[in-house]
Design a protein around this ligand. Structure first.
Ligand SMILES: [Zn+2]
Length: 440
């Protein structure tokens, strides 16, 4: 029990560093139960939903997502795999198995030598399986000795999804990697807007990450701040169940009805979302806010050395040597959030694009748009100038993604692409079966 408590706190540290978004206690309990179950039931593979992968075929076997809602087929196939593979496993259940939870500063050699595993065995293991040097705090090891005092096998619980075993065969250790796969099943969740979308989504049973996936998928079509009370939404989510808990989810489709219109986004096989007509749901960006490229007078540099003051100052955008009066264009569809004079930025404009992007344009001569105004890609928003803190005519241009400035010249910017040909017809066939699930 003490060990369980110890592993509990270690797991928590390990997880919170690794992935802050994971829901703390639920995930930790799942993990502990998984490790506890693995160490107890490991010799009886049938208790776990596992597939054994030989070292030659080491790759992650991902279970296909079943978009029709029938998951039973997969579980039957899994069972067959388990039976087939179990015959290859020759580990017998014992009562004197050693178990160990990895602490900070541990190495595989240190742990095993402290537990009287012969140095010769440790050397063979380390030489043949260099990966064992990568053990991490919170993972667990278990092993068994032969009657002659040699190492019979070692089990490394890498994660909730991965177990590695090292079986002694003729003085060497053969590695087997076991990937634990959950069962995927689909769920439709429906809700009505009451308050913010995030709150309404959570009331309908969506997790934070599911909610964020919905906002990302529809952000270019819908302004989530301008929804109305009672707007209906529906999502189709694939859930992976692992050890009786929901391990991860994938948004497959979303429907939202607002202001008399229906909006859809469906996940295609390429991992991107498209609408009901197989058109991309993202909005394209132009690389530059001008018709032609001007000389760059200062590059993007989060830590720039100011040549005048000698200090390191940040430069969150790119400066272009643009003559006064040059038309400045919106780089994508969006809504003007700021259009005003500022002592430093001069006349400047900020535009919000979707939920994640913002662009800013500074030192302008004349502002041609007002806050709240919707703009289209390529639309003229200002004439460039030399206003505010500026030593010569130029345009200072910034792109922000998720509240962080990114390099406007090199960042990957959203591009709207539609499905074509065979991909398109396959997609349209698939969504025919999904749409009724969103409205059920
Ligand atoms: Zn600048």
């Amino acid at each position: 029990m003490q060990q369980l408590t110890r592993s509990f706190s270690l797991m928590f540290n390990y997880l919170s560093r690794l992935n802050r978004i994971m829901l703390g206690s639920l995930a930790i309990f799942t993990l502990i139960i998984a490790i506890w179950k693995n160490s107890i039931y490991f010799p009886l593979f049938g208790r776990l939903n596992t597939t054994i992968v030989s070292p030659e075929k080491r790759k992650f076997i991902d279970q296909p997502i079943d978009t029709t809602g029938h998951s039973s087929q997969f579980s039957k196939e899994n069972e067959k795999d388990i039976e087939k593979n179990n015959s290859n496993i020759k580990i017998h259940e014992t009562s004197n198995t050693n178990k160990y939870v990895i602490f900070s500063g541990d190495t595989i050699s240190k742990i095993l030598s402290q537990h009287n595993v012969p140095i010769a065995d440790i050397k063979v293991l380390s030489r043949e399986h260099a990966d064992l040097q990568n053990i991490k705090v919170g993972q667990s090891l278990s092993w068994k000795m032969t009657v002659n005092g040699n190492l019979q096998y070692l089990i490394w619980n890498v994660s909730q999804r991965e177990i590695r075993t090292y079986n002694r065969i003729y003085g060497k250790f053969q590695e087997n990697i076991t990937y634990i796969k959950g069962k995927w099943c689909n769920t439709t969740l429906t809700g009505y807007l009451n308050g913010t979308f995030i709150n309404s989504a959570q009331t309908a049973g969506l997790s934070y990450s599911d909610t964020y996936a919905v906002i990302s998928a529809l952000q270019w079509q819908i302004d989530f701040k301008k929804l109305h009370k009672g707007d209906k939404f529906s999502v189709l989510i694939a859930r992976e169940m692992l050890n009786g808990k929901s391990a991860r989810t994938q948004l497959l489709a979303v429907y939202l009805h607002t202001a008399g219109k229906d909006y859809y986004a469906f996940l295609a096989d390429n991992g991107k979302f498209y609408n009901r007509d197989a058109k991309g749901v993202t909005q394209s960006f132009m690389r530059l806010p001008t018709l032609k490229q001007f000389r760059i007078s200062s590059t993007f540099n989060p830590k720039r050395l100011n040549p005048i003051t000698g200090r390191i100052t940040t430069h969150l955008g790119v400066d272009f040597a643009v003559p006064v009066g040059t038309p400045i264009l919106a780089v994508s569809d969006g809504e003007v959030i700021i259009s005003k004079y500022d002592d430093i930025a001069g006349n400047y404009i900020a535009i919000r694009h979707g939920h994640q992007y913002m662009t800013r344009y500074m030192h302008l001569h004349k502002l041609l748009v007002k806050p709240g105004q919707k703009v289209k890609l390529g639309e003229r928003i200002a004439l460039s100038g030399n206003t505010g803190r500026s030593t010569g005519p130029h345009l200072h241009y910034e792109v922000w993604l998720n509240q962080r400035p990114i390099n406007p010249l090199t960042a990957t910017l959203p591009r709207n692409e539609s499905l074509t040909g065979h991909d398109r017809s396959e997609y349209l066939n698939k969504i025919k079966t999904i749409i009724p699930q969103l409205h059920s």
